[in-house]
Each structure stands twice: as C-alpha cells, then as structure tokens.
Design a binder for this molecule. Structure first.
Ligand code: LHQ
Length: 266
C-alpha cells in the first residue's frame, strides 16, 4: 500500500486500485489530487505487474468535481488550468495500455462525472449517482463530458442532463448505458475486485490493442477502422497469447493468459 495525502493505492492480484482520498470533500479535486492521480496512472502503465487499474473514491462520494474552495488553479486561466490538470488526466486514462475501471462508489459530479465516464469499464454501487452539475455554477461541461455523454445517450438527452443538472441514479445509469454493472453497496469493493481480477486474467496484449482500435474507431470512418483492425490484428496474431488461445481451444482447456505476473511483455 502506498499513500500520498490525496491518493491511496494498492496492488492485489494484478489489480492496481487508486482511491481518491479527500472523503470530507466528497473527493473534490484539487491540483494535488489531479497531478497525483495522473502520475499514479502513468506508473501503473509502466509496471508490468499491473494488468488492470481501478479508480474509486474513499467515503460516500466518488468525486464532486473541482474543489470549489481550493483556488490553487486560479493563478491560471480556466483554459490553462484544464490543460495543466484535468485534460492530461483524461488523456492518460483513455491512452493507458491497460483497462481502466472507474468504480463509482458514490456521487460523481462535474469533472467527477467526466472522470466516472472516462473508464473503459464503469462499475457503480447501487447508491452512486452522476450529476452534470456544471450549469449550476454557470460553467460548460469539461474534462470530456461533451465527448463521452452524447456518444452514450445521444445529443438531446446529454443536453437535458447538462442544462438541468438533474441527478442520475444507478438504475437509470445502467439503462442509459452510463455504466456496465451495478453492485450492492455493502459488497461493492469485493465485487469490483472480483470483476477486475476476471479482466486481469484476459489476454493483456490483445486488450491493449483492442482499446487502441476502439479509441481510434470512435472518431474515424469505417474505412479507417478496417485498416486499423488489419494492422493491429497482425500485432495480436504475432503475440504468444494468440497461440495460447488457439492451443487451449484445441486442447479443450481454459487458456492461460497470465504467464508471469511480473512480465506482461514476454
Ligand atoms: C465540496 C464540493 C466541491 C468543495 C462537495 N468543492 N467542497 C474545472 C476547472 C476549473 C474550474 C471549475 O471547474 C472545473 C470542473 C468542475 O468540476 S465544475 C463543478 C464543480 N463541482 C460542483 O459544483 C459540485 C458541488 N457539490 C455539490 O453540488 C454537492 O456537494 C453534491 C451534489 C456533489 C453532493 O451533495 P450532498 O450529498 O448533499 O453533499 P454536500 O453538498 O453536503 O457535500 C458534503 C461536503 O463536501 C460539504 O462540506 P461540509 O463541510 O459542509 O460537510 C461540501 O461543501 C463538500 N463539497 N462538493 N466541489
């Protein structure tokens, strides 16, 4: 377990869990938290013992967005602040070569909602909720919300959520596609760990390339996606994981994609 004042972190069974740790502020983000989280994510990407990253929150909140009582970013313009803190964080999550699970344990508001949406897999506790709260303080959605949300719910519902700042609860979030699974509050942590371990047993190289292909396809044409798939399939097909998958199929046994927890790159 490592611990900065704002992020608690531990690795178990190939799963690196990063916990936003400002519970008395519902894990509202200050610059220290944003920079520390980004640094932890980059370190996890470089650590071959880590196969999956989980981002969650301590206490009853996931992340209440920008800490409105912390003016540390205010020596900068809003644009400079976003470019120095939130945007590198979201880009790091989307570019990470490993699956990122956002484990939304409680309220996710403002940039915290964007963070909740930015994971490759979004797991929610039953009492979690999401609020595109920006318009309450007369700001525009940032940290990727304008990109993520309309792709999930369509333009009109996204605009309604952003304009009215209504709270979306877990059952509606599941129905709308804002999360993949909802788990009971009292077993949330264990359920997230079990889900993450299941993901960690999948072929890491293939998932890395799949994430790359899907990310590119989200903004490209079908022609570009077909070209990209053909190129990435070569990388996947040349990797030992592919041979293991095919051999396991022929031998009628489960594939073993974790060779050595300390080395993903062999
Ligand atoms: C907070 C916060 C918070 C500080 C709860 N800050 N203390 C990017 C770049 C540059 C500038 C601006 O913005 C951005 C992006 C953004 O994220 S803008 C959006 C900023 N976030 C908000 O406006 C959310 C403000 N919070 C709320 O609306 C509510 O707290 C929510 C709906 C999240 C939760 O409501 P409740 O469950 O009723 O909790 P609460 O309001 O009682 O909050 C608990 C404590 O947490 C409380 O402190 P206290 O000392 O009274 O117990 C709050 O003041 C504190 N807190 N959010 N963002």
């Amino acid at each position: 377990m490592t611990q900065t004042s704002v992020i608690a972190a531990h690795t178990r069974a190939g799963v690196r869990t990063l916990t936003l740790n400002r519970p008395d502020r519902l894990n509202a983000a200050n610059d220290e938290l944003l920079l520390a989280l980004t640094a932890e994510l980059r370190a996890a990407d470089a650590d071959s013992a880590v196969r999956v990253v989980v981002i969650t929150g301590a206490g009853r909140g996931f992340c209440a967005g920008q800490d409105l009582g912390d003016v540390s970013g205010r020596g900068m313009t809003f644009t400079e602040h976003l470019n120095a803190t939130y945007n590198p964080l979201i880009r790091t999550i989307r570019g990470l070569g490993k699956p990122v699970i956002t484990a939304v344990n409680g309220v996710a508001a403002g940039a915290g909602a964007s963070l909740a949406l930015s994971g490759d897999i979004r797991l929610w506790a039953q009492s979690a909720s999401l609020i595109e709260v920006f318009s309450n303080i007369a700001l525009v959605p940032d940290s990727g919300s304008t990109w993520f949300l309309p792709r999930l719910v369509g333009y009109h519902r996204a605009f309604e959520m952003m304009a009215l700042a209504d709270r979306v609860r877990a059952d509606d979030a599941l129905r709308l596609g804002l999360c993949e699974q909802v788990f009971p509050d009292d077993t949330f942590e264990q359920a997230v760990q079990a889900y993450a371990e299941r993901l960690a047993a999948r072929p890491a190289n293939a998932l890395k390339l799949t994430k790359q292909a899907l990310n590119a396809a989200m903004t490209g044409t079908l022609d570009e996606a077909l070209d990209q798939e053909a190129a990435l399939q070569q990388l996947a097909g040349d990797h030992w994981e592919h041979e293991e998958g095919v051999t396991a199929f022929k031998e009628k046994r489960p594939a073993q994609f974790v060779r050595d927890v300390n080395s993903l790159d062999q």
